[in-house]
Design a protein around this ligand. Structure first.
Ligand code: BYC
Length: 318
């Protein structure tokens, strides 16, 4: 009897998803749908917060006041994105403290891309162009994801990300029109970031355990490989404006497919990076743990203030 009731609820849920009716926090949802969303949204939030680190590394060394101001604004935007996403995940019944703990203890992942170092100023431009570019490609469809709070958070995030992408491209355009040394720095950064950027979309579809179910639930609107291909197609043209090259000798327009063909991705590197063995994994987590511990007094002060204010308000009502 109980089993039949659950089957009916699951069918009704799937019907709503199929009709593109958004799922809201108080609606019934299968437990696996909830868990998938908690996993994806919290990992997305962690990526935004960890993503502040490689760029923050260049705030004091940005080459001009204008560049410094825009970089600070960008890094602040990423913090904001993390906060909207943590809030969206909290609507599913997990606490912020639990999510942070999962990040710090390695139970939750964050994007592979932020485990690579930012060696030169050109890396900041390249992150904007390629990393934020890949992020937008993945995130615009998430504005139509089936879970309401996630979809709404993504709308604002995407607007800001598209500004970041242009800002990055403009940094690279300036370098690509500069001295020989600046041009070389630009090409070097593209060489180092290209392959990790196309890995951001996740494993190939036939090696992705979650894609099929997430597509059925319309959490994901496109598969990893579909988005990766769209991204390659766009970048293969954009790089020409910079007068630079993508480091892939097999990149070639395929008129029959209407897409660029591209070389083989080093999946061994990807799995290593997401299992904690990338160039900067330990450094990134150590920086987050340190910031969290040093911020304890801020959280305590904010809680004490909120309690005091609530007491004052209830005294005033009485
Ligand atoms: N890095 O079955 P799959 C940003 C994991 S932030 C690490 O395809 P799914 C930005 C995956 O979690 C960018 N791990 O999974 C911020 C799963 O492991 P678990 C972040 C990855 O979820 C600041 C396993 O591999 N964007 O753009 O269906 C400045 C199997 O994968 C990665 C988002 O989070 C990866 N790259 O698809 C600038 C977007 N790829 O969880 C920019 C939202 C896969 O079973 N997330 N894994 O242990 C998504 O769209 C999806 O979660 C993914 C993966 C496409 C990333």
């Amino acid at each position: 009897m109980e089993k039949q009731a659950t089957i009916n609820l699951e069918q009704q849920f799937q019907d709503r998803v199929d009709q593109d009716i958004r799922i809201e926090p108080k609606d019934w949802m299968p437990d696996k749908y909830r868990q998938t969303l908690i996993r994806q949204i919290s990992q997305h939030a962690h990526s935004e917060i960890v993503g502040m680190l490689p760029e923050g590394n260049w705030i004091t060394r940005a080459p001009s006041l204008r560049r410094k101001a825009t970089l600070i604004a960008k890094v602040q935007d990423e913090a904001g994105h993390g906060l909207y996403l943590y809030s969206a995940a909290e609507t599913l019944g997990i606490s912020r403290a639990e999510m942070i703990d999962q990040l710090h203890t390695g139970k939750a992942k964050y994007s592979s891309i932020f485990n690579y170092p930012t060696l030169t100023w050109a890396d900041i431009g390249t992150i904007g162009w390629l990393v934020d570019g890949a992020a937008i490609m993945n995130q615009v469809p998430l504005c139509r994801t089936s879970y309401g709070p996630y979809a709404r958070a993504m709308v604002r995030i995407c607007k800001e990300e598209s500004f970041h992408q242009r800002q990055g491209f403009e940094i690279l355009l300036t370098l690509s029109r500069g001295s020989e040394a600046q041009k070389a720095m630009c090409q070097d950064a593209i060489n180092r970031w290209w392959w990790p950027s196309i890995m951001m979309f996740g494993p190939a579809d036939d090696a992705s355990p979650h894609t099929a179910q997430s597509m059925k639930w319309k959490i994901k609107r496109f598969t990893n490989d579909e988005l990766r291909q769209k991204f390659v197609d766009i970048c293969a043209d954009q790089v020409k404006i910079l007068g630079m090259e993508l480091p892939d000798p097999e990149l070639k327009w395929n008129a029959e497919r209407g897409h660029y063909d591209f070389g083989k991705i080093n999946w061994e590197e990807f799995w290593q990076v997401i299992s904690g063995n990338g160039p900067c994994n330990k450094e990134r987590i150590a920086a987050r743990v340190k910031a969290h511990e040093e911020g304890a007094w801020v959280r305590e002060a904010a809680t004490a203030f909120a309690t005091k204010r609530a007491q004052k308000q209830s005294a005033a009502v009485a």
